[in-house]
Design a protein around this ligand. Structure first.
Ligand SMILES: [Zn+2]
Length: 167
């Protein structure tokens, strides 16, 4: 095991060395299984809301600042840096497809069947456009879509929010 001293702390390399192929250019095989831990931090109410079937936005409390709702939510206002307030949107949440992409081959970690439509949704009262996915139907610009929630067996990720045609 390789041990390096960095400012008095020992750093241990715990992985296996990469397998190197001495061809030109040098190539190596470095298989890894990553376990990624992170916190939702101040955005936790948003993800907790999805599991309860609630779409939660944030709003800046500062007078004269952006009055619209932010979705996806922001913990702090990007304009005046004030801590944002939470606002629960009333169901049904009906938005409009602002633009869309038909995804033929999603990237690693996108646990959806494909092809699917990734849609950008304009929600009344929001100053932002939110990304999401259409769970059925064919996306069209301007179509009305309704927010749906994966409240049974939630993934605890943004995939717990989906959109379906509302007309
Ligand atoms: Zn603000």
């Amino acid at each position: 095991m390789e041990v390096k001293k960095i400012e008095g702390h020992e750093v241990h390399f715990t992985g296996e060395p990469a397998e190197v192929y001495h061809e030109k250019p040098t190539a190596f095989k470095w298989p890894r299984t990553l376990m990624h831990w992170h916190t939702y931090g101040l955005l936790s109410p948003f993800f907790e809301g999805l599991k309860q079937g609630i779409l939660r936005a944030t709003r800046c409390p500062t007078r004269g600042c952006e009055p619209g709702l932010w979705l996806p939510p922001r913990a702090d206002c990007p304009d005046c840096l004030a801590r944002m307030e939470w606002v629960d949107l009333k169901n049904p949440v009906i938005g409009e497809v602002f633009t869309f992409t038909r995804v033929e081959y999603p990237g690693h970690g996108i646990e959806l069947t494909y092809p699917y439509y990734q849609i950008d949704v304009k929600i009344p009262g929001c100053c932002t456009v939110m990304k999401g996915y259409l769970v059925r139907g064919e996306a069209k610009i301007g179509m009305k879509v309704k927010a749906g929630f994966r409240t049974e067996e939630p993934t605890n990720t943004i995939f717990d929010l989906y959109w379906e045609p509302a007309e």
